[in-house]
Design a protein around this ligand. Structure first.
Ligand code: ADP
Ligand code: ZN
Length: 734
């Protein structure tokens, strides 16, 4: 049996994480989940796409004796995972129908030799009677460490991808009750979660639900006009990296991909009208960065494992909020900033309404109308987009996310009480029997036949609203509906009805404020999450590193992100590591990647530095060397220096934590080291001067060694973080 490392080989879970995957810190609940899994608990993990679910079973698999069996629904997903693991030097393999008999035999004997830590399988294979003997032999020889059920929502009929084969998985617990199980999914609904637990017969599972907020995604909605294609083109040109553009019809997909190509953008179509082979090829080209943009119908998505998609554009209206969440969620899985844009027009709403009316079943129509209403709410709303999405999943979010168009460019409010009274009294005069468009016609004094036939030109409200455009009245009407100051029938006719709120407005009891129609020109402010700006030289170096990554990836027939994530390349461009030690301090560089790529990358960086007259970052090099031998408090690691760079650029500590995907505590820790090492840090930005003084005084009085003693001296109104920061500054000054 191969001499694999186990938990005892590592001083901490963090060091194992760095060794195998090259990361410095766990995300969200990863650490707790891994601890539970290592204890042999059954665990149910619910984490949004890109949250880092895989690591939750992969790291325990590497730290335990025996093989971990991973159930995965799609061959493409399995191959992808195995490819990434192998690139990290991890013994993973899969068994599926794509293998020849001889290949499968070879893998089976490697398994029985104990040479494999992670085995990926489709559920039908695992549950087939032919497979049981192998499973039993495995259990008796090398041992089965755990079962991991990926995309576990496939077990539930209530989920969006029900797979009958998943239903058989309950037999695993019957046959091998002592083997712990971990189930993972991104599904948001409670019902599916319960179903997973029951169907898989999880034993007193620990359930971890991490929030559905995808902080790194920037959301925006843009009006769709005749010039929308130009708008899309502009977006595509502005944003670097890969992108997906979703359209509703095949015709639109073909049109947009064709026009993009004509405009010099590398783009390919993807829809159900293409042959399997074409679809497969287009997808593969996208994943390997041979083509930058995929224009697709919603047929594209499931099974696409590309973490570095930088933007997702919905050229047409999404169908539901849930589908929008899933589709836009394909952006930024690597945690780097990414952009999600919806183009919205009422003409599209009318098309969708028309399609809904074609549905034969009334219940179905009603559900579809309600879903459409939610999508329109999302698109029209002037409040935080994130808040609307998350409330749809039952998660309360305070708003002010600083990373959506409404939060970055708030639409000002205006008092429209008088207009509201005019509108509502017109609804009353029309006897609450008409919809929005008719009421607006009357208000604006239309000579339409219908208005005249009904005698509505004789109403007292006829023509009193000519001072506003049709669009402005519509906006007001929608806003009244949003604010529940007016109701609308939901039987498909959308007749306006007055409610209690309407009467309060009419009786002048409450004012009405609405968001003004014309937005100020957006893009005025920078996004909170914009990637750190690189200098000219850094950007050049980054481009060279990208090319190198692409070449190495092509040589091994893997997608570029398997070699290194974008964030790792960016750090290399900023820190310019040229020694092994400095290189290994880059996030994403584990033991295997260091061996495999360290030399090539550091050489490229060194050549670049020489030809551009740049000094390679020797501080980082020395500091990294110091941490690998013995870390001394006055020498700094690359990750601490990255934090310093971001701080100097004006980011707050919590922004740095978000930007880097690290915990706030870790960032404070970095700042402590930086200040203690006498790095330039403006303490005033961290702790206000009035609060600094008493802390300094307390330190002088009771000494610096015990945080608790300092706090006892100061009292409860001071927290440990601010004390830590001031103490570090004090130590730096010594
Ligand atoms: P999910 O399966 O939840 O959609 P993945 O497991 O594919 O997400 O992880 C998404 C991305 O995040 C991957 O590129 C992965 O390497 C990265 N990742 C996971 N955990 C960490 C971590 N602790 N630090 C940095 N990156 C991580
Ligand atoms: Zn927001």
């Amino acid at each position: 049996m191969a001499n694999a490392p186990t938990m005892a080989s590592f001083p901490s879970l963090e060091s194992a994480l760095k060794h195998f995957f090259g990361y410095d810190d766990f995300r969200y609940y990863q650490r707790t989940i891994i601890e539970q899994a290592l204890k042999g608990q059954d665990v149910l993990v619910i984490m949004p796409t890109g949250g880092g679910k895989s690591l939750c079973y992969q790291l325990p698999a590497l730290l335990r004796l025996g093989v971990t069996i991973v159930v995965s629904p799609l061959i493409a997903l399995m191959q992808d995972q195995v490819r990434s693991l192998k690139d990290n030097g991890i013994a993973a393999t899969f068994l599926n129908s794509s293998l020849t008999f001889a290949e499968a035999r070879e893998r089976e004997s490697a398994l029985l030799n104990g040479d494999v830590k992670l085995l990926y399988l489709a559920p039908e294979r695992l549950m087939s009677p032919n497979f049981w003997p192998l499973l039993e032999r495995l259990q008796q020889t090398v041992g089965i460490a755990s079962f991991a059920i990926d995309e576990a929502h496939c077990v539930s009929e209530w989920g969006h991808d029900f797979r009958p084969e998943y239903r058989q998985l309950f037999q695993l617990k019957q046959q091998l009750p002592q083997v712990p199980m971990i189930a993972l999914t991104a599904t948001a609904t409670e019902r599916v979660r319960q179903d997973i637990s029951q169907q898989l017969r999880l034993k007193e599972p620990q359930v971890f639900v991490s929030g559905f907020n995808r902080q790194n995604l920037h959301y925006e909605v843009k009006p769709k006009t005749k010039q929308s294609y130009d708008h899309v083109l502009k977006l595509v040109k502005q944003q670097p990296g890969s992108g997906i553009i979703y359209c509703l019809s095949r015709k639109r997909v073909n049109e947009i991909s064709f026009r993009l190509k004509q405009d010099g953008i590398s783009a390919l179509p993807y829809h159900a009208g293409l042959s399997d082979k074409e679809r497969q090829e287009n997808q593969e080209q996208f994943i390997r960065d041979d083509v930058r943009i995929i224009v697709a119908t919603i047929a594209f998505g499931m099974g696409i494992n590309k973490p570095d998609v930088r933007f997702v554009i919905h050229y047409d209206l999404p169908r539901t909020i849930e589908s929008y969440y899933q589709e836009s969620g394909r952006a930024g899985r690597d945690g780097d900033p990414a952009n999600c844009t919806v183009f919205f027009s009422y003409a599209d709403v009318a098309t969708v309404e028309y399609l809904i009316n074609q549905k034969p079943d009334e219940q179905e129509q009603r559900i579809a109308r309600q879903q459409l209403r939610h999508v329109i709410n999302y698109a029209e709303s002037a409040i935080c987009r994130r808040k609307i999405q998350l409330s749809y999943f039952g998660e309360s979010f305070p708003g002010d996310c600083k990373n959506c168009d409404n939060c970055l460019n708030p639409v000002p409010m205006e008092d429209w009480t008088i207009e509201s009274q005019k509108f509502l009294s017109c609804v009353a005069r029309c006897q609450e029997r008409f919809g929005m468009n008719h009421v607006i016609d009357v208000l604006r004094g239309s000579r339409k036949k219908r208005v005249l036939d009904l005698g509505h030109d004789r109403l007292s409200t006829y023509g009193i609203g000519q001072d506003h455009s049709v669009d402005e009245w519509r906006q007001l009407c929608r806003s009244l509906l949003h604010q529940e100051l007016l109701s609308e029938t939901t039987d498909g006719y959308s007749v306006l009805k007055l409610n209690g709120g309407s009467w309060q407005v009419l009786k002048k009891e409450i004012p009405v404020n609405i968001h003004v129609i014309k937005r100020p020109e957006p893009e005025a402010k920078a996004k909170a999450n914009d990637v750190v700006q690189l200098s000219g030289d850094e950007a050049l170096l980054l481009e060279q590193l990208r090319q190198l990554r692409k070449r190495l990836a092509d040589e091994q027939s893997v997608p570029p992100y398997v070699v290194f994530a974008d964030a790792s390349l960016r750090q290399m461009a900023q820190q310019r590591p040229i020694t092994t030690a400095a290189f290994s301090a880059i996030s994403g560089v584990g033991k295997r990647k260091l061996e495999q790529y360290g030399k090539t990358f550091t050489e490229t960086i060194e050549v670049f530095c020489r030809s551009h007259n740049l000094t390679p970052n020797t501080v980082a090099a020395d500091a990294a060397a110091a941490t690998t031998s013995s870390s001394s408090s006055s020498e700094l690691t690359a990750t601490q220096l990255t934090t310093h760079g971001l701080f100097q650029q004006g980011l707050s500590l919590s922004e740095i934590a978000i930007e880097r995907g690290l915990r706030l505590g870790t960032i404070i820790d970095h700042m402590e080291h930086l200040m203690a090492a006498n790095y330039e840090v403006d303490l005033g930005r961290l702790v206000s001067p009035e609060r600094q003084v008493p802390i300094f005084e307390a330190i002088e009085k009771v000494g610096a060694h015990s945080l608790r003693a300092i706090r006892e001296e100061l009292g409860d109104t001071y927290d440990y973080n601010e004390i830590r920061l001031v103490r570090a500054a004090w130590e730096g000054k010594k």
